[in-house]
Design a protein around this ligand. Structure first.
Ligand code: NAP
Length: 318
């Protein structure tokens, strides 16, 4: 069947936009669907300091804007505020993508680049006070909590990096982690713990976030002694990992126990014409540079797939 696009890229984060730069430059009719913010999670990052080539760092927002411009320069159509609601493979091997505005579009190939979302802390007060002091984004909400105590939960790169960002504003940071050490990169840990405002609270979990219309404090439990303690906090920043946004495609692709899409090194999902890349997938590391590379690989794989199809099936419209 004649399709609207050669490739539909679902997700306008760094992975999706990197793919769009390549497919656009290869003159493939490219549609990028981004239901929220171009740049995805990275757009919320205050400073990107470890993307090779940007010696002075760059803000997530600037980075995302530059990426968008680059993809558009090569002709990619980027629809912002429109998400994919469904993906179906048609009998002739093309794809129909249902959109959040209840229309649909078709393409010869699809690249899944929907990324992942932050894991919730399953404790009383989390939902009630989310947006009222409970946050998953220091860059977005940190400035609201000047000269007051805050808590950070988690021990990976996100917790340590975002916690470090919060030292600009908060009067003190109780940094709560269920282990007796952080697992973030050494350089990040050193910078973080060097700040006198940061008080690591080891071997501990949050049991409750309390307050009515704002956060008034938290109750933590020490896993070694089983003792509970109340700590002052006007905000709780939670960085305890991620959940892949794979629910929409679980009927089509293979996923691991955590719901991450399984791909090979060519970003192939095993379904002909359907590729997946970046944070949505099982990857050895989750760094900006390698999820961008994933997008590039997916785009090149799309090109090759279409070339092969055209060669073997010249009357098929490929
Ligand atoms: P992560 O590495 O998965 O760390 C999650 C943290 O949350 C761990 O400390 C984990 O503890 C803790 N945790 C998980 N579930 C919990 C729960 N229910 N209650 C309390 N604590 C819980 O996640 P991340 O820090 O967001 O990083 C994700 C990926 O992005 C990583 O690959 C990271 O390297 C990358 N990243 C890189 C940068 C950078 O390079 N600058 C910045 C941010 C993120 P356990 O260790 O005990 O499981």
């Amino acid at each position: 069947m004649a399709t609207d696009y050669d490739v539909i890229i679902i997700g306008g984060g760094p992975t999706g936009l990197a793919a769009a730069v390549y497919t656009g430059r290869s003159l493939l009719r490219t549609l990028v669907l981004e239901k929220q913010t171009v740049g995805g999670q990275i757009a919320l990052s205050a400073a990107i300091d470890n993307y090779p080539g940007f010696a002075d760092g760059i803000s997530g927002y600037e980075f995302a804007e530059a990426f968008l411009k680059h993809a558009q320069r090569f002709g990619a159509e980027v629809r912002i505020g429109v998400g994919a609601a469904s993906v179906a493979r048609n009998d002739d091997g093309t794809f129909t993508v249902g959109l959040s505005d209840e229309t649909s579009v078709t393409a010869k190939t699809v690249i899944l680049a929907m990324g992942r979302h932050p894991r919730r802390l399953e404790v009383p007060g989390y939902d009630k006070l989310f947006g009222k002091g409970v946050s998953v984004c220091a860059t977005c909400d940190g400035a609201f909590f000047r000269n007051v105590p805050v808590a950070v939960v988690g021990g990976g790169n996100s917790a340590v990096e975002e916690g470090h960002f919060l030292t600009r504003y908060a009067s003190e940071i109780n940094s709560i982690h269920r282990r007796d050490h952080f697992t973030a990169q050494k350089i990040l840990i050193e910078e973080y713990l060097h700040d006198p405002k940061v008080k690591p609270v080891w071997n501990s979990v949050v049991e409750e976030i309390y307050g009515e219309n704002e956060v008034d404090g938290i109750r933590i439990r020490n896993l070694t002694t089983d003792k509970t303690e109340d700590l002052p906090a006007k905000a709780v920043f939670v960085f305890i990992g991620w959940i892949p946004n794979s629910a929409m495609v679980k009927h089509l692709v293979r996923t691991d126990d955590e719901g991450r899409v399984i791909v090979n090194e060519l970003m192939e999902t095993g379904v002909p014409g359907l590729f997946a890349a970046g944070d949505l997938c099982v990857r050895p590391i989750y760094q900006l540079a390698n999820v961008v590379a994933d997008g590039v690989q997916a785009a090149v794989s799309v090109e090759r797939y279409l070339e092969i199809k055209k060669h073997h099936d010249p009357n098929h419209g490929y």
